[in-house]
Design a protein around this ligand. Structure first.
Ligand code: UT7
Length: 325
């Protein structure tokens, strides 16, 4: 039976110029390069320049993805931007990206699912494409997370960074089997009862400031491993496959030890996991498309490969997706 699939036609990424190393951070808070590397695997992060906005990062990544896909602005029907750090309370930063790119039509909106933002955006765009309402969609994850960090809190400020990644999705015909190219399934979850373990202290309805990140790191770690392993199992069993069938896993890049523990619990091969967090830390919604872009550009991920993406973040939100490139 012929069905519509959303195919990844191009990927792109952008990291701000300024790099902040662990040693640089040790001059700001009581920490060391050794502690950060041992506990998280992170070595450096990129920080947006003054006046450089989330929409700027998103636009740069989107331009690359459009070029890789050979798609022009007038072909884009939909833009979804996963972000926790929009330029303004409103309008949506996705609409700003639409204007920056000169996209003359269609519609654009932001999705707020923190570190799962790209996964949520991808799943949403896939639904529009599969419903036949959209032919070409731009899905972006972009963050200026440095703007909501408490630079006196060593338990959080060492873990995050700024960046953006994007994919172009195009409608294509499939047979409805796992051999199809494109998004094969997506699996989204949230549980608002865990709000207090990872949240921001302000926001438009609560206070006059945007607030700063607060996190119970140990608890978040424990939930992340359990929920990510379950999300991996869910994607595998929904498609009748095992971990051995996967060519690559492209996870949300939060902590090297979370990736290792999740791999162990879900039976994933560690040498099949794309890890880029050492280079850019946790960039929230941007981290999966940044890792995907790196692995596509260096030739690890190739056409035909079966890849699994998974993410977990504030909310809590979490989930997975299975994609054939
Ligand atoms: O995308 C989802 C978002 N978040 C995450 O995925 C983060 C999840 N959590 C984590 O990654 C880890 O829990 C952390 C990396 C945040 C912390 O690692 P941990 O192994 O759980 O360390 P801990 O919180 O148990 O802290 C151990 C020690 C503490 O000192 P005491 O109480 O043992 O004396 C902390 O005060 O390390 C201390 N510590 C630090 N030391 C140096 C905490 N942060 C730092 C730091 N530098 N930056």
């Amino acid at each position: 039976m012929k069905i519509i699939r959303s195919r990844i036609a191009g990927v792109g990424a952008y990291l701000p110029e300024r790099i902040l190393t662990n040693d640089d951070l040790a001059k700001i808070v009581d920490t060391t390069d050794a502690w950060i590397v041992e506990r998280s695997g992170i070595r450096r992060r990129h920080i947006a320049a003054e006046g450089e906005l989330t929409s700027d990062l998103a636009t740069a990544a989107a331009r690359q993805a459009m070029e890789a896909a050979g798609v022009t602005a007038d072909e884009i029907d939909l833009i979804i931007l996963g972000t926790t750090t929009p330029d303004d309370t409103f309008p949506a930063s996705a609409a700003k990206v639409q204007a920056n790119l000169g996209v003359p039509g269609g519609f654009a909106f932001d999705v707020q699912a923190v570190c799962s933002g790209f996964l949520y955006a991808l799943s949403t765009a896939d639904k529009f494409i599969r419903a036949g309402e959209v032919k070409t969609a731009l899905v972006i994850g972009a963050e200026t997370f440095s703007r909501i960090l408490d630079w006196n809190d060593r338990e959080t400020c060492v873990l995050f960074g700024d960046g953006a990644g994007a994919v172009v999705l195009r409608a294509a015909e499939g047979e409805g089997t796992i051999a199809d190219t494109g998004i094969l399934s997506t699996h989204l979850h949230s549980d608002g009862r865990f709000r207090d373990l990872l949240y921001v202290t302000g926001g438009p309805s609560r206070s006059p400031s945007v607030g700063v990140v607060r996190m119970e790191g140990k608890e978040v770690f424990r939930h992340a491993v359990a929920k990510l392993a379950a999300a991996v199992d869910e994607a595998l069993s929904a498609n009748g496959i095992t971990a051995d069938d996967l060519d690559w896993v492209v996870p949300h890049q939060a902590n090297r030890r979370i990736l290792a523990s999740t791999a162990k619990k879900a039976g994933l091969r560690e040498d099949r996991i794309v890890v880029t967090l050492d280079m850019h830390a946790n960039t929230s919604a941007a981290s999966i498309p940044l890792a995907l872009d790196a692995a596509v550009k260096d030739g690890r991920i190739r056409p035909g490969h079966l890849i699994l993406i998974e993410a977990m973040g504030g909310g809590f939100t979490w989930g997975s997706a299975l994609i054939r490139m």
